[in-house]
Ligand binder design. Structure first.
Ligand code: URP
Ligand code: ZN
Ligand code: ZN
Ligand code: ZN
Length: 518
């Protein structure tokens, strides 16, 4: 607690600094339309000390508040990116967008909270990994953040540490891998054990669903036929391997009585598996990502090596060009629930580690800055989803599923003042030349999006205005996420579980003898 007090003091010192700088701790947003996941309405919003204090028309406010005119604009809860990998050490390299550049870019795009992954080498104690990631993040984050923890190996120690993480460290989700053989991959029995542990602790089991054994075989096969370029990446891990693993994860989670969260749903058939599982009553959530909703795997066949390698991630983007629209439709219909980005960026020279062998290209793409805009463009502007659903899939559902609602994910009195004033008619063309990310490539290069975050408010302070980003490194808070989110666990509360035992008279007839071995 002493540490926490100290941290709080540091934070308030930083907030005071910001107040003096811009005199913006009291803000009135006038004339806009509030959009929550369940309804939208015209109302003013008054913010003080990082919290939404009043909502209504003709509200009386203390003096010294700054008024923002929001006529024609939408007032939406700041985005929550459920899936990022800032400064991840991966495949020998470290992702270039660190917790500073990554969260700064997030804010620039209207995302006010990220949930990143503690993801260390197998064999590393989970608590040690957690402390390491906390120290990296706390000194750099510009917005609030939380963590999922990767379970990259299995043992009694891991099982015990999961409990400490849930009960003492604010963790309520663990990611298990069915791919990356010999690096992160768990076997089915270990998946089952870890899912059962999640179920006991009230944590979500997240899964990277791809068949790692077959990928290992197929990638050797493809290289042996002389295909070493990025086109080999997708062809060595095709769509059926994602759908099969997704189905296997659904089955194992069901046997373990555990809610399942499928991260980065990249294909139509994997999305269909999630949808079918939900329709049969299972508690399964599907997370498509910005990349999969706005671009496709035809880029792996691009003549330019760097361009093709820039799209390498796992599971890969799919060459079926009808995929993004299909995923968006399922997202609109609640067959899929929320969106992340899997933001994990590597520059040209880092990608070039795999110039002669696609298996060595560091996996990962951008997205944290552009997620909100590409979903508005391909979702709302194209007529597939309404603005309330946009808020649900970019913010509210994440807050509910990770149990931080309504602190996050809602414009309501008492909620955190993480707010975006969204201009639905303005446009912006995405480019690596103008983006705020540190990476030298953008998979959405040249895409023009309607929907621009005109003003972004994080912890009650204006951090984006007039196209300028004003952030303070290290000001973001670690948000503890409590176990047993209602959105995931309510169905299990009253469910009859456990095997059936029949009481009967013992068998008292004769018993055959097993043949004796010599
Ligand atoms: O390509 C990816 N997705 N890189 C990050 C690690 C992961 O699997 O999420
Ligand atoms: Zn993954
Ligand atoms: Zn190119
Ligand atoms: Zn990831």
């Amino acid at each position: 607690t002493e540490n926490r007090l100290l941290k709080k003091k540091e934070i308030s010192a930083k907030i005071t600094f910001i107040d003096e700088e811009s005199a913006q701790s009291r803000i009135l947003i006038k004339g806009g339309k509030i959009v929550n996941d369940d309804r939208s309405f015209f109302s003013d919003v008054y913010i003080e000390d990082g919290v939404i204090k009043q909502i209504g028309n003709n509200i009386t406010i203390p003096g010294g508040a700054r008024t923002i005119e929001a006529k024609g604009k939408l007032i939406i809860p700041g985005g929550i990116d459920t899936h990022t990998h800032m400064q991840l050490p991966f495949m020998g390299m470290t992702a270039v967008d660190d917790f500073y550049h990554g969260t700064r870019a997030a804010l620039a795009g209207g995302t006010t909270m990220i949930i990143d992954f503690v993801l260390d080498k197998k064999g590393t104690p989970l608590l040690e990994a957690y402390e390491k990631w906390r120290s990296w993040a706390d000194s750099k984050v510009c917005c609030d953040y939380g963590f999922h923890v990767g379970v990259t190996w299995w043992s009694d120690k891991v099982k015990a540490e999961m409990e400490t993480l849930v009960k003492e460290k604010g963790i309520n989700s663990f990611k298990m891998f069915m791919a990356y053989k010999d690096m992160f991959m768990l076997h089915d029995n270990e998946l089952y054990e870890s899912f059962k542990r999640c179920s006991e602790l009230g944590a979500l089991a997240m899964v990277h669903a791809e068949n790692g054994e077959i990928i290992d075989e197929k990638s050797k096969e493809i290289v042996s036929t002389g295909i070493t370029g990025p086109e080999g990446h997708e062809q060595s891990r095709p769509e059926p391997l994602e759908a099969e693993a997704t189905n296997r994860a659904v089955m194992i989670a069901d046997q373990a009585n555990c809610p399942l969260y499928v991260v980065h749903v990249m294909s139509k058939s994997a999305a269909d598996v999630v949808a079918a599982a939900r329709r049969s009553g299972k508690v399964v959530f599907g997370e498509p990502i910005a990349a999969g909703l706005a671009t496709d795997g035809t880029h792996y066949f691009n003549k330019c090596w760097r361009h093709a390698a820039g799209h390498v991630m796992s599971p890969p983007l799919r060459p079926d060009t009808t995929t993004p629209k299909y995923l968006m439709q399922l997202l609109a219909n609640n067959d899929l629930q929320l969106t992340g980005t899997d933001n994990c960026t590597f520059n040209a020279d880092q990608k070039a580690l795999g110039k002669d062998d696609f298996r060595k290209i560091p996996n990962g793409v951008n997205g944290v800055e552009d997620r909100m805009s590409v979903i508005w463009e391909n979702g709302v502007h194209s007529g597939v989803m309404d603005p309330c659903r946009f808020v649900a899939v970019t913010s509210t559902n994440a807050a509910k599923i990770f149990n931080i609602y309504p602190q996050k994910g809602r414009i309501a009195v008492g909620s955190d003042a993480d707010i975006v004033i969204w201009d639905p008619t303005a446009t912006r063309t995405i480019s690596a030349k103008t983006h705020h990310q540190k990476c030298d490539f953008n998979i959405f290069e040249g895409m023009t999006c309607h929907g621009v975050p005109e003003i972004v408010i994080s912890q009650g302070a204006i951090v984006v205005e007039d196209g300028q980003v004003h952030v303070t490194q290290g000001i973001g808070r670690y948000i503890e996420m409590p176990p047993f989110p209602e959105a995931a666990f309510a169905k299990f509360e009253h469910k009859q579980t456990g095997p059936i035992k029949i009481d009967r008279e013992p068998y008292d007839g004769s018993v055959a003898q097993l043949p004796q071995s010599e």
